[in-house]
Design a protein. Sequence first.
Length: 431
Amino acid sequence: MSLAFLVCLAVVLGLAALGAPIAYAMIVGAISFMAVQGQDLALPAEQMIQGLYDSFVLLAVPLFIVAANIMNAGTISERLLGFVVALVGRFRGGLGHVNVVASLIFAGMSGSAVADAAGIGKLIIEMMRKEGRYPAGYAAAITAASSTIGPIIPPSIPMVLYALVSGQSIGYLFLGGILPGLFMGAVLMAMNAWIATKRGFATEEPVPARKLPKLAINAFPALLMPVILLYGIYGGVTTPTEAAAVAAFYALILAAIFYRALSFRALWRIMAVSARQSAAVGIVIGGALIFNYIVASENIPARMQVFVDALDLSPTAFLILVNVVFLLLGCLLDAATLILVIIPLFIPACRALGIDLVHFGVVAVVNCMIGLITPPYGIVLFVINAVTGIPLRAIIREIWLFMAVLVAALLILILFPDIVLWLPRLFGYAG
């Protein structure tokens, strides 16, 4: 490694340790690299603007953000919740099951774990805490754990970012996330049922069967969104970016006209919040694009390849080792940084070892989502703490069992690639 790259790393890590946003740390680090190398200091700005301008796929990110915010603002979330309560609320640990199933459904609309946790997650936590039915920490912990499913089942903002750095098809990545997302939901529900039985959580009053048709009809238009989205992409009607625009438009029509739950003032607030969130994501992506240019100029992928060859690992052993590294880094770094900065370092080695990049991408995204609930950084834990006021200590005390089953699910996805690749291959993927 050159002196310039060591200076760049020192600046990035130093600023991040001081609490600076990682995007700004990467930009300042890149400028430091250029200064030490004697290159044009305007090059980082050029790389950022050119990278963002040339990536049509990135337009899907703000559109998915808008769609998620509209779904949260209207009565759509409440209608979905009423349907799910009627469906699975009658079983032992019912509201915990409601929590997971609602996340599975909402995952087909938001593409964001934070949107899931702050939106429908907040509503379910309030239901679970009512009359002391569930401890506050447990309600928050299962909400945090289930929110990780959001970016696995399509649409998925993290998978869009992975597609950007790996060159893989967004459509096949989305397909690859469906079965792993359902599998994660199943293991979380199994853990919830075990804990509910062990602790003797009360069962909920069953919703009469005669009310189910009405609740289903109320929720049906919202349930159509993932169907429309997936049909658009896999039916060849739209590109993933165009599908994101359709999702945002459909959410708007649903909330404003069909359910009549969205005023002009509320829509203005949604657009303002979405613009700020999109800008924040855009700055992170821009910083990562600059950092990726530096990594390429330093020939880090080739160096990584030499290092992997020296280890003489099998593909499975390499995947397990890399995922252990990702889990450790997930304690300290956010998902966007892992996907845009760290994961690209391992892609050349995956190619050399014959590891399928769709499989690798889905597994890596699952790993990054587990990082969202891993102390001490766990951004989803902070979000739930902020929107509910439940102490972090209480949430962290309850999160470990859910993390354990999610890590076990991750290991199964690593060892059995067909769980990820079966659906993509069914739709013509030949990787």
